[in-house]
Write a new protein. Structure first.
Length: 212
Protein backbone atom coordinates (compact mmCIF):
# COMPACT_ATOMS: atom_id res chain seq x y z
CA UNK A 1 0.00 0.00 0.00
CA UNK A 2 1.03 3.61 -0.55
CA UNK A 3 1.27 6.27 2.10
CA UNK A 4 -0.22 9.72 1.72
CA UNK A 5 2.24 12.06 0.08
CA UNK A 6 3.41 15.13 2.04
CA UNK A 7 2.87 18.53 0.52
CA UNK A 8 6.50 19.18 -0.37
CA UNK A 9 8.51 17.38 -3.01
CA UNK A 10 10.76 14.79 -1.42
CA UNK A 11 14.44 14.89 -2.23
CA UNK A 12 15.69 12.83 -5.16
CA UNK A 13 18.65 10.49 -5.43
CA UNK A 14 21.47 11.92 -7.48
CA UNK A 15 22.86 8.52 -8.40
CA UNK A 16 19.60 7.69 -10.15
CA UNK A 17 19.18 10.83 -12.22
CA UNK A 18 19.74 14.56 -11.77
CA UNK A 19 17.42 16.81 -13.78
CA UNK A 20 18.06 20.23 -12.24
CA UNK A 21 19.69 22.63 -14.70
CA UNK A 22 20.05 26.43 -14.84
CA UNK A 23 17.28 28.24 -16.70
CA UNK A 24 18.07 28.82 -20.36
CA UNK A 25 16.10 29.37 -23.58
CA UNK A 26 13.94 26.32 -24.09
CA UNK A 27 15.20 23.98 -26.80
CA UNK A 28 12.35 22.71 -28.98
CA UNK A 29 13.02 20.37 -31.87
CA UNK A 30 11.04 18.04 -34.09
CA UNK A 31 11.40 14.50 -32.78
CA UNK A 32 12.61 15.78 -29.41
CA UNK A 33 12.42 13.44 -26.41
CA UNK A 34 11.91 15.36 -23.16
CA UNK A 35 11.71 14.84 -19.43
CA UNK A 36 9.06 17.39 -18.47
CA UNK A 37 8.15 18.27 -14.89
CA UNK A 38 5.95 20.81 -13.14
CA UNK A 39 5.02 21.56 -9.56
CA UNK A 40 2.48 23.58 -7.66
CA UNK A 41 3.07 27.24 -6.95
CA UNK A 42 5.00 27.45 -3.65
CA UNK A 43 4.87 23.63 -3.62
CA UNK A 44 1.10 23.64 -3.14
CA UNK A 45 -1.00 20.56 -3.86
CA UNK A 46 -2.17 20.29 -7.47
CA UNK A 47 -4.16 17.05 -7.15
CA UNK A 48 -6.58 16.69 -4.24
CA UNK A 49 -8.44 13.61 -5.52
CA UNK A 50 -8.21 10.71 -7.91
CA UNK A 51 -10.78 12.39 -10.16
CA UNK A 52 -8.44 15.35 -10.59
CA UNK A 53 -5.60 13.04 -11.56
CA UNK A 54 -7.87 11.32 -14.06
CA UNK A 55 -8.82 14.69 -15.54
CA UNK A 56 -5.14 15.68 -15.85
CA UNK A 57 -4.38 12.43 -17.67
CA UNK A 58 -7.38 12.90 -19.96
CA UNK A 59 -6.05 16.36 -20.89
CA UNK A 60 -2.60 14.88 -21.43
CA UNK A 61 -3.91 12.21 -23.84
CA UNK A 62 -6.02 14.80 -25.64
CA UNK A 63 -3.08 17.18 -26.00
CA UNK A 64 -0.82 14.37 -27.19
CA UNK A 65 -3.34 13.31 -29.84
CA UNK A 66 -3.83 16.87 -31.13
CA UNK A 67 -0.13 17.74 -31.31
CA UNK A 68 1.28 14.39 -32.35
CA UNK A 69 3.09 13.64 -29.10
CA UNK A 70 4.04 10.24 -27.77
CA UNK A 71 3.90 9.75 -24.01
CA UNK A 72 6.49 7.20 -22.91
CA UNK A 73 6.23 7.53 -19.11
CA UNK A 74 4.50 9.61 -16.45
CA UNK A 75 4.01 9.93 -12.72
CA UNK A 76 1.49 12.14 -10.92
CA UNK A 77 2.34 12.82 -7.30
CA UNK A 78 0.46 15.35 -5.14
CA UNK A 79 2.23 18.65 -5.71
CA UNK A 80 4.13 17.79 -8.89
CA UNK A 81 4.24 15.58 -11.97
CA UNK A 82 6.82 14.05 -14.32
CA UNK A 83 6.42 13.18 -18.01
CA UNK A 84 8.64 11.52 -20.58
CA UNK A 85 7.32 12.58 -23.96
CA UNK A 86 8.31 12.85 -27.60
CA UNK A 87 7.23 15.68 -29.90
CA UNK A 88 6.84 15.17 -33.66
CA UNK A 89 7.05 18.95 -34.17
CA UNK A 90 8.76 21.70 -32.10
CA UNK A 91 5.58 22.37 -30.12
CA UNK A 92 6.46 21.42 -26.54
CA UNK A 93 5.71 24.86 -25.09
CA UNK A 94 2.38 25.18 -26.89
CA UNK A 95 1.21 21.80 -25.63
CA UNK A 96 2.38 22.26 -22.06
CA UNK A 97 0.82 25.72 -21.87
CA UNK A 98 -2.47 24.19 -23.02
CA UNK A 99 -2.25 21.28 -20.58
CA UNK A 100 -1.38 23.33 -17.51
CA UNK A 101 -3.73 26.20 -18.34
CA UNK A 102 -6.82 24.04 -18.87
CA UNK A 103 -6.09 21.98 -15.80
CA UNK A 104 -5.47 25.05 -13.62
CA UNK A 105 -8.71 26.70 -14.79
CA UNK A 106 -10.75 23.68 -13.76
CA UNK A 107 -8.86 23.23 -10.49
CA UNK A 108 -9.38 26.89 -9.50
CA UNK A 109 -13.05 26.75 -10.45
CA UNK A 110 -13.67 23.62 -8.38
CA UNK A 111 -11.85 24.99 -5.34
CA UNK A 112 -12.99 28.63 -5.68
CA UNK A 113 -9.41 29.84 -6.10
CA UNK A 114 -7.68 32.47 -8.22
CA UNK A 115 -4.10 32.95 -9.34
CA UNK A 116 -1.39 30.60 -10.49
CA UNK A 117 -1.70 26.90 -9.67
CA UNK A 118 1.70 25.97 -11.10
CA UNK A 119 4.93 27.58 -9.97
CA UNK A 120 6.49 29.37 -12.92
CA UNK A 121 7.07 27.67 -16.23
CA UNK A 122 7.31 23.92 -16.55
CA UNK A 123 10.76 22.36 -16.55
CA UNK A 124 12.11 20.32 -19.44
CA UNK A 125 15.32 18.47 -20.21
CA UNK A 126 16.14 17.06 -23.63
CA UNK A 127 16.88 13.35 -23.27
CA UNK A 128 20.04 12.41 -25.14
CA UNK A 129 20.65 8.76 -25.98
CA UNK A 130 19.23 5.38 -25.04
CA UNK A 131 21.03 5.13 -21.72
CA UNK A 132 19.56 8.40 -20.49
CA UNK A 133 16.16 7.31 -21.83
CA UNK A 134 15.91 4.24 -19.60
CA UNK A 135 17.43 6.03 -16.60
CA UNK A 136 14.87 8.84 -16.89
CA UNK A 137 12.03 6.34 -17.34
CA UNK A 138 13.12 4.58 -14.14
CA UNK A 139 13.58 7.87 -12.29
CA UNK A 140 10.02 8.91 -13.14
CA UNK A 141 8.27 5.75 -11.93
CA UNK A 142 10.47 5.60 -8.80
CA UNK A 143 9.27 8.99 -7.54
CA UNK A 144 6.79 7.60 -4.97
CA UNK A 145 9.31 4.99 -3.81
CA UNK A 146 12.01 7.60 -3.22
CA UNK A 147 9.45 9.74 -1.38
CA UNK A 148 8.72 6.83 0.98
CA UNK A 149 5.12 6.52 -0.17
CA UNK A 150 5.38 2.98 -1.55
CA UNK A 151 7.66 0.00 -1.27
CA UNK A 152 7.61 -0.61 -5.01
CA UNK A 153 6.76 1.33 -8.15
CA UNK A 154 3.91 -1.09 -8.84
CA UNK A 155 2.16 0.06 -5.65
CA UNK A 156 1.56 3.58 -7.02
CA UNK A 157 -1.52 3.72 -9.27
CA UNK A 158 -0.75 7.12 -10.82
CA UNK A 159 2.32 6.29 -12.87
CA UNK A 160 2.91 4.51 -16.15
CA UNK A 161 4.83 1.65 -14.52
CA UNK A 162 1.99 -0.87 -14.34
CA UNK A 163 1.01 -0.24 -17.97
CA UNK A 164 4.63 -0.47 -19.09
CA UNK A 165 5.13 -3.99 -17.73
CA UNK A 166 1.57 -5.26 -18.27
CA UNK A 167 0.87 -8.16 -20.65
CA UNK A 168 -1.65 -6.19 -22.73
CA UNK A 169 -0.73 -3.21 -24.88
CA UNK A 170 -1.71 0.13 -23.24
CA UNK A 171 -4.30 2.30 -24.96
CA UNK A 172 -2.43 5.62 -24.83
CA UNK A 173 1.07 4.92 -23.56
CA UNK A 174 3.92 4.34 -26.04
CA UNK A 175 6.03 1.88 -24.11
CA UNK A 176 7.78 0.20 -27.05
CA UNK A 177 10.73 2.60 -27.15
CA UNK A 178 11.61 1.89 -23.51
CA UNK A 179 11.11 -1.88 -23.75
CA UNK A 180 13.14 -2.10 -26.96
CA UNK A 181 16.21 -0.95 -25.03
CA UNK A 182 16.05 -4.22 -23.06
CA UNK A 183 14.88 -6.83 -25.58
CA UNK A 184 13.40 -7.23 -29.05
CA UNK A 185 10.26 -8.92 -27.68
CA UNK A 186 7.97 -6.71 -25.61
CA UNK A 187 7.37 -9.40 -22.99
CA UNK A 188 11.11 -9.87 -22.44
CA UNK A 189 11.66 -6.13 -22.41
CA UNK A 190 8.93 -5.68 -19.78
CA UNK A 191 10.50 -8.33 -17.55
CA UNK A 192 13.95 -6.79 -17.82
CA UNK A 193 12.65 -3.26 -17.28
CA UNK A 194 10.92 -4.53 -14.11
CA UNK A 195 14.24 -5.99 -12.96
CA UNK A 196 15.96 -2.68 -13.75
CA UNK A 197 13.43 -0.82 -11.60
CA UNK A 198 13.55 -3.43 -8.81
CA UNK A 199 17.33 -3.04 -8.58
CA UNK A 200 16.91 0.66 -7.85
CA UNK A 201 14.08 0.00 -5.39
CA UNK A 202 16.41 -2.19 -3.33
CA UNK A 203 19.08 0.51 -3.30
CA UNK A 204 16.56 3.16 -2.22
CA UNK A 205 15.31 0.99 0.65
CA UNK A 206 18.83 0.12 1.75
CA UNK A 207 19.79 3.80 1.87
CA UNK A 208 16.99 4.72 4.26
CA UNK A 209 17.95 5.13 7.92
CA UNK A 210 16.66 2.39 10.23
CA UNK A 211 13.54 3.21 12.26
CA UNK A 212 14.20 4.60 15.76
Amino acid sequence: MCAKEPGALAGGDGWLYVHGVPRRPRLQIAGGLYHVHGRGNRKQVIYTSDSERRFFLALLWETAAELGWRIHAYCLMTNHYHLLLETAEPNLSDGMQRLQSLYAQRFNRLHDLTGHLFGGRFGSVLVDGNVQLVVVARYIVLNPVRAGLCATAADWPWSSYRATIAAGKPRHLYRDLILAQFASRASDGARRFAEFVAEAERIVRAARPPPP
